[in-house]
Design a protein around this ligand. Structure first.
Ligand SMILES: Cc1cc2nc3c(=O)[nH]c(=O)nc-3n(C[C@H](O)[C@H](O)[C@H](O)COP(=O)(O)OP(=O)(O)OC[C@H]3O[C@@H](n4cnc5c(N)ncnc54)[C@H](O)[C@@H]3O)c2cc1C
Length: 498
């Protein structure tokens, strides 16, 4: 089939390449050029599992190596990346330095991998996206950059199917006048970001914290504040990608906003005070977008073209890769049928809602750290359960079509909606305790990793012994889980997937 993929981010380029490997005739159209700057950098175990499945199924050995930190460094030392051992959260309060406070510190660390070798990575997108474009060209994809794509152009290229991988570029939305579905999205945040040189390490600024399951900074670091939160992703070459997600408008120029927030939160000020932005600070108001359709006759969108909620919990790369896997399977037998496209559309819609409810709940919960830590457990339960199942049961096609973040799972699917409803009603300390208790009970049927455990003091390592104890949660005998341990040691297992 003659296929056009519009947009050559990593997602468009990777799908174009897979389709070429399958024998399709693919043209990849890009309005810009590579290498080019992009944000959206922090990968997760579920993303890496998909990369590994794509590698196996379509013979993409580079994807296999890019799915674990040690393999990446050994095979592609020149492709920028950062070691990511887990998810780190701190709650800051205006005017007060972050107190070390022993085990009572407002700090949550969830390991995603047992060691550096099999750990996840933050992707330096300029390098990684360029790599995927070059690999697509090498696989036979016709690549045209600096191209203004129009309907006439697609007609003249005799394209039979169009994949919209243009991200917020909104190519297909404009071509087909697809209405916005943003009214469905509860989350609302503005973005203030750059890349920085010279960001200090957290333990250097706040000494005396109890040791965590991994060094705090080698993670997707989230600094929660009254106005929203700040992500901080450290790359191995010393650069840090950081950005505030703000639910309340902060006045001033981007530079004034940045300085205001650094002054207001002294520990963040100490971390970033001497850091130099490597490009001008950029402000983007309301970054959410959502459409009402993700596929139709002769076309489909990748997730980032269809919907975006917020970087909280790093869902973008994993979700994009899952969608690539699904579309690739549809193209194995010629091309997607009407039924395939309806299924794809329905999945993306349910998943966009799921991500939004989870993130919107987390924004409500940010007011109090106990609430936030509990809400985060819903995310970590959904991803760790999916991850362990995928590693142990190795369900290739079923994994691709399994719902992201618990969609379709009778025990998990309703939790983000129920949590959001409950969080909106929390008023008193008693309500908070009830919410924490409710989460712990609600996640129990899928809690393979001992999450929401008060004696863990919010520090969750990968614990394979505990996983074995919970074999019944996975529907496995103790023996079969023990025999699957090598697969689990090969990658992140417990402690939450991302
Ligand atoms: C602030 C922020 C932080 C994020 N952090 C994370 C994170 O930590 N982890 C995570 O998993 N996800 C994160 N995401 C989400 C992540 O950025 C996306 O999931 C990811 O970029 C999707 O990649 P893509 O290739 O689909 O699209 P993009 O990277 O958006 O690429 C789209 C490409 O299409 C091209 N294009 C656009 N319009 C046209 C057109 N009309 N014609 C031709 N080409 C066109 C563009 O030039 C670009 O090259 C974050 C997003 C934001 C906004």
């Amino acid at each position: 089939m003659r296929v056009a993929v519009v947009g050559s981010g990593f997602a468009g380029s990777l799908l174009a390449r897979v389709l070429a490997v399958q024998g399709h005739d693919v043209v990849l159209l890009e309005r810009g050029t590579h290498p080019r700057f992009a944000i959206g950098e922090s990968s997760t175990p579920l993303a890496n599992l998909t990369l590994e499945r794509l590698a196996r199924r379509y013979g993409l050995d580079d994807c296999y190596d890019l799915a674990a930190h040690g393999r990446w460094v050994a095979r592609f030392p020149d492709l920028g990346r950062g070691l990511k051992r887990g998810f780190t959260f701190y709650r800051h309060h205006a005017g007060r330095p972050f107190p070390a406070n022993g085990t009572r510190a407002e700090r949550l660390l969830v390991a995603a991998s047992p060691n550096d070798h099999v750990a996840d990575n933050h992707w330096v997108r300029a390098d990684v996206d360029h790599h995927f474009v070059r690999a697509a060209i090498a696989a036979g994809v016709e690549y045209r950059d600096q191209t203004l794509v129009t309907a006439d152009m697609l007609k003249s290229l005799r394209v039979e199917f169009v994949v919209d991988a243009s991200g917020p570029g909104g190519f297909m939305a404009r071509q087909l006048a697809i209405p916005s579905g943003l009214h469905r999205t509860h989350t609302s945040s503005d973005l203030l970001f750059s890349h920085f040189d010279g960001v200090r390490l957290f333990p250097d600024v706040v000494p005396g914290l109890p040791p965590g399951p991994y060094p705090d900074d080698w993670a997707a670091v989230h600094h929660l504040i009254d106005e929203g939160w700040l992500y901080s992703l450290r790359f191995d070459h010393g650069v840090t990608s950081a950005g505030f997600l703000l639910r309340d408008r902060v006045p001033g120029t981007p530079e004034q906003m940045w300085q205001h927030l650094l002054r207001r939160y002294p520990t963040i000020g100490a971390l970033f005070g001497d850091a130099k932005p490597l490009m001008p600070l950029t402000f983007k108001p309301r970054i959410q977008h959502r459409l009402t359709r993700a596929a139709g006759a002769g076309w489909a969108m990748l997730p980032h073209a269809y919907a975006f909620v917020d970087p909280l919990f790093s869902t973008g790369i994993a979700w994009s890769l899952r969608a690539i896997e699904r579309l690739a399977l549809c193209f194995e037998n010629g091309g997607p049928s009407e039924r395939d496209l309806a299924r794809y559309d329905a999945m993306l819609s349910a998943e966009a809602d799921q991500i939004d409810r989870l993130v919107a709940g987390a924004y409500h919960a940010m007011a109090r750290f106990d609430l936030f830590a509990a809400q985060a457990m819903i995310y970590f339960t959904a991803v760790s359960y999916a991850e362990v199942r995928q590693r142990v049961i190795r369900m290739d096609e079923t994994a691709a079509w399994s719902g992201f973040l618990g969609v379709g799972d009778p025990r998990l699917a309703g939790l983000p909606r129920a949590a959001l409803r409950r969080l909106r009603q929390v008023r008193t300390p008693g309500d908070r305790k009830l919410f924490v208790k409710w989460v712990s009970k609600a996640i129990a049927p899928r809690n393979v990793c001992g999450l929401a455990n008060p004696t863990a003091h919010n520090l969750y390592p990968v614990d394979l012994d505990l996983l074995v104890q919970r074999h019944a949660v996975l529907g496995l005998s103790r023996e079969s889980l023990v025999s699957a341990l090598p697969a689990l040691r090969g990658g992140g297992a417990g402690g939450g997937g991302a």
